[in-house]
Design a protein around this ligand. Structure first.
Ligand code: ZN
Length: 365
């Protein structure tokens, strides 16, 4: 059967390449083998993402991150000790994407014509998927690394298209996951600067993932441009602050947003945090993603606001992913899962890539 094109709205590819020292041009098996005797990170030898697997799963277009946190004095979270170091890390990550472009493994997508050309190539069956570069749209996950607002202009000049203000813990622009409270004065200034770019070619998508509840409302009140939630599940199903409330989902739908479903086990089954961190014992399966999609579809009254934002290899591997996923190529299993759950072809097209592509076409036109 012909595979459908898949869009994944959240992958930390460069972080894996630079901080995990993974050569993502290699097959998954080889990347895992090289990590067999390493114990520095819990997901060593358990990665699920590489460029050959992306191609194999026809995941031809992704939103790829730059990600480097600042760690204030006294914080126990990992991060860089100065904004300048964080910026330098994001620039190393950018350099890796550029190197992937030089060897035709990846291609940056930052405007409508490059998008249409890329989609046409991926839909062309005369070329083998194995020979196609994976397209990437650049996203900054957490803005800590922007030393000051002048760095936003630099980031736009190299094709940054989306930005999230926060990540985990305290942030220079906004507090993030596991925190409470409002945007910082710098965060408010950053959104004002982003407002200046609305309806220009540099217009940015505001990514609300990782904001606090207060930050979410504040950011959406202030920002006049397009918003999405790149990797975000439903709080009614898994009650943690990291997930979206029904009220937040409604607000996002009203703003025309698309919400990407994330695959981290604790975002699918709360018992992964409260009882046992084992996808096998808890029987965490890919199909549980559909429960989150269903919930959002019921609120929206259609299937037009959901997609993939898997976050696979986002500081976790198979030990923290649904147990019926071995590599990101397994996203194609959703064709069958969704049919089984009563989704029609048009809905599956929407979820696999249609909704995010429609959103981006609207924003970039
Ligand atoms: Zn994240």
């Amino acid at each position: 059967m012909k595979k459908r094109l898949i869009f994944d709205a959240h992958l930390d590819l460069a972080m894996n390449a630079i901080e995990w020292n993974r050569d993502l041009t290699q097959p998954l098996q080889e990347i895992r083998e090289r990590e067999m005797n390493m114990g520095d990170k819990k997901d060593r030898g358990k990665g699920t993402v590489c460029l050959p697997s992306l191609r194999q799963g026809k995941i031809g277009l992704v939103v790829a991150t730059q990600l480097a946190r600042f760690r204030p004095r006294g914080s126990s979270l990992p991060g860089w000790n100065s904004p300048q170091q964080a910026w330098a890390m994001t620039q190393a990550q950018l350099t890796w994407y550029r190197e992937m472009e030089k060897i035709n493994q990846m291609v940056q997508i930052s405007n409508l014509s490059s998008l249409e050309q890329h989609i046409e190539m991926w839909e062309d069956d005369a070329i083998s998927d194995a020979d196609k570069p994976v397209g990437y749209i650049l996203n900054l996950e957490g803005a800590d690394s922007l030393v000051d607002l002048s760095y936003l202009e630099t980031a736009c000049s190299y094709g940054l298209k989306a930005i999230g203000l926060s990540h985990f813990g305290p942030g220079r622009y906004a507090p993030g996951t596991r925190m409470e409270g409002p945007l910082t004065p710098q965060g408010i200034a950053l959104i004002r600067a982003m407002n200046e770019l609305v309806n220009t070619p540099q217009q940015l998508i505001l990514d609300v993932t990782h904001l606090t509840d207060r930050g979410f409302i504040q950011a959406l009140d202030l920002y006049q441009g397009p918003v999405w939630a790149s990797h975000h599940n439903v709080r009614a199903l898994v009650p943690t602050q990291r997930q979206l409330t029904d009220e937040q989902i409604k607000i996002l739908i009203d703003r025309g947003a698309v919400i990407g479903a994330m695959f981290d086990c604790w975002a699918l089954d709360i018992r992964f945090i409260t009882e046992v961190s084992d996808p096998w014992q808890l029987n965490v399966r890919l199909e549980q993603i559909v429960d989150h999609w269903d919930h959002i579809c019921q609120i929206a009254g259609n299937s037009e606001h959901i997609g993939f934002g898997t976050d696979l290899d986002g500081i976790f591997g198979t030990e923290q992913s649904p147990h019926d996923l071995d590599s990101i190529a397994d996203l194609q299993k959703f064709e069958k899962i969704l049919h089984h759950r009563g989704y029609k072809d048009v809905d599956i097209d929407n979820i696999f890539s249609g909704n995010f592509l429609r959103f981006i076409r609207r924003v970039w036109k």
